[in-house]
Design a binder for this molecule. Structure first.
Ligand code: KG4
Ligand code: ZN
Length: 297
């Protein structure tokens, strides 16, 4: 709920700032610059962060740095493995995004493709809800899938054999819904499934979604003639996804960096991206605005 999210940001931003300075044993006057995420995200939440950052810049006279949140998900691999992965293909798979990038450097990304409907994590969460599993759906589907047969049901793999670098997960989600509720029906809540049926649906759905992610990403690697792949975002925590990506990297001979579990979800690597921009002298004027949607370049 965007309104609740922005109110929560408003209430927390000053206590978080105070606690951060305290834990880092530093003060505002010791900082070199103030960095803030201005894209992408919910407009209200981004505006609160940006307004706070601008206020800090005005009062301290420090320069302002703008961060693209998604670049931090890829930079998590650079931080974790202490190896330079650039240039590489970047895949970000989270609750809000399924994006493929050509990453020329840590702060130089070109969007190659995205989803035309649901994000991968969103599909996990929605299918989990159909199966009566709690949020976040991804880890719960993964757990159920361990008891199931991934070949029990053949769910569609949308876009997999199309030329376009695009994902689409809503057709897969609908196929699962029809499988549970019956063709053309939408109500899954009144259907009683056995534990084995739930496990088979979870495993077969997960397999189909992972096949789409792996297939499209390999296509992007070939198209861009890249030899390295970096993956970040919450869905990158998925065990089956990691296994199948690992197998693809052996078969197609590319270097694979997947963010460690602790850095898959949102984290403070954004601060490390800020250092890259600081060193490149990339500062912003104080009339900087937010960009809620996806930036292509
Ligand atoms: O990157 P993230 O924390 O943030 C947002 O999108 O805000 O990603 C959260 C998403 C959720 O949709 C969750 O279901 C999914 O990542 N996720 C997983 C797993 N762990 C988290 N999906 C599949 N398998 C997992 N093990
Ligand atoms: Zn994120």
């Amino acid at each position: 709920v965007p309104e609740i999210a922005s109110r929560a940001h408003l209430e927390r931003i000053l206590p978080v700032l105070a606690e951060t300075l305290e834990r880092a044993a530093t003060t505002l006057s010791e900082l070199d610059a103030i960095a803030v995420v201005n894209t992408p995200g919910l407009a209200g939440s981004l505006l609160i962060g940006l307004s706070a950052a601008k206020a800090l810049c005005l009062t301290t006279g420090k320069p302002l740095i703008a961060i693209n949140h998604l670049q931090a998900h890829i930079f998590a691999c650079r931080v974790a493995f202490q190896e330079n992965p650039f240039p590489c293909i970047g895949l970000i798979v989270s609750g809000g995004h399924s994006n493929l990038y050509r990453c020329n450097g840590p702060i130089d990304f070109t969007l190659l493709g995205t989803t035309i409907d649901d994000a991968a994590g969103e599909a996990f969460d929605k299918v989990a809800a159909m199966l009566g599993l709690p949020y976040p759906g991804g880890p719960n589907i993964q757990k159920r899938a361990e008891q199931g047969n991934p070949k029990a049901i053949h769910f569609p793999r949308p876009m997999l054999h199309e030329e376009a670098l695009q994902f689409s997960f809503s057709g897969l989600k609908t196929a699962v819904r029809y499988r549970i509720a019956g063709t053309g029906k939408t109500d899954c809540s009144s259907v009683k499934l056995s534990d084995q049926e739930k496990a088979d649906i979870a495993a077969s759905f997960q397999e189909a979604l992972v096949d789409c992610l792996v297939g499209k990403t390999v296509q992007a690697i070939k198209q861009e003639k890249m030899t390295t792949l970096c993956i970040g975002g919450g869905v990158a925590a998925n065990k089956r996804f990691r296994e199948k990506m690992e197998a693809a990297s052996q078969k197609e001979k590319f270097r694979l960096f997947v963010a460690p579990l602790t850095l898959c979800t949102d984290n403070a690597v954004m601060g490390a991206v800020a250092i890259e921009r600081f060193q490149a002298g990339l500062f912003e004027p104080l009339d900087l605005d937010i960009v809620s949607g996806l930036v292509r370049n």
